[in-house]
Design a protein around this ligand. Structure first.
Ligand SMILES: [Mn+2]
Length: 267
């Protein structure tokens, strides 16, 4: 039995199938954990979700920003050319129920290693265990208050986290950090505009701001979301898996048992 974390699929179903062949995926013996952004932009988001539902018992993951967008469209209506097949299908309730039950942070322990799986990352001012608690707050909202939550998570503010935030402002800030973050300003506030890798005096990638002792030697953060990084963080315990399949790159999986990387090229 093996656990594979898979980077941003974004509707690249052909490549997902190629990857499952490469790892010889068995829905009985193996587990797939998607690092978020299963859907949108790519050509076959519907087929990706059908694959997940068909293999329900072997598949889980964390929510990405594009998954939230789909949840919003499923609940409130609306159109998006790459998501219309899902929105107009007869199965919308099943898609919504499966996707909205996913957490923002997942914690898996394998062979004495601890993995924190999250779409964008974990900011330096939250311990992973705190981010995990915040994820549970959002899970609870998605379960019990999804209509109000999904109507109010859009926008970049507040950009600086305060423990005292309550209600929708708090949830929006948690979701923006865990699903959209790339760079933080010098004052630790979110900058949600910059995606490139050009050096900046004012901004740092979130993972460069982590204190050296913020992760134990056997503790890892595994994330997606940042295609231009192509997986390169230069930090051993911080593993990026978005290798930009939807942009013509590749789709990547990490096997947690031995930290082996598998990838297939975009067709
Ligand atoms: Mn993303």
């Amino acid at each position: 039995m093996a656990h594979y974390v898979i980077g941003d699929v974004q509707g690249c179903f052909e490549e997902l199938l190629d990857l499952t062949k490469l790892i010889e995926f068995s829905s009985i013996n193996d587990r797939l954990i998607f690092a978020g952004d299963l859907v949108n932009r790519g050509p076959q988001s519907l087929e990706v979700l059908d694959f997940c539902l068909k293999n329900k018992n072997a598949v889980s993951g964390v929510l990405g920003n594009h998954d939230f967008y789909l949840l919003y469209l499923l609940q409130h209506g609306g159109e998006d050319s790459s998501l219309n097949k899902i929105i107009n299908s007869s199965n919308t309730e099943e898609y919504f129920n499966w996707l909205s039950a996913l957490p923002l942070v997942k914690n898996i322990e394998i062979k004495n290693n601890i993995f924190w799986i999250v779409h964008a990352g974990i900011p330096p001012f939250w311990k992973p265990s705190i981010a995990y608690q915040y994820s549970q707050e959002i899970e609870d909202q998605l379960k019990n208050n999804s209509k109000e939550l999904l109507e109010n998570i859009w926008g970049d503010h507040p950009s600086s986290w305060q423990d005292s935030y309550q209600g929708l402002e708090r949830y929006r800030c948690i979701i923006n950090h865990l699903t959209r973050m790339r760079y933080l300003n010098n004052d630790n506030s979110l900058n949600l505009k910059k995606k490139d890798l050009l050096p900046s005096k004012e901004l740092s990638p979130w993972f460069n701001l982590l204190e050296e002792d913020s992760l134990a030697p056997n503790e890892y953060i595994v994330f997606g979301h940042w295609a231009s990084l192509n997986g390169q963080t230069n930090i051993k315990n911080i593993i990026g898996l978005d290798t930009g399949c939807v942009w013509g790159g590749s789709l990547t999986a990490l096997r947690l048992e031995d930290m082996k990387i598998f990838s297939v090229q975009k067709k």
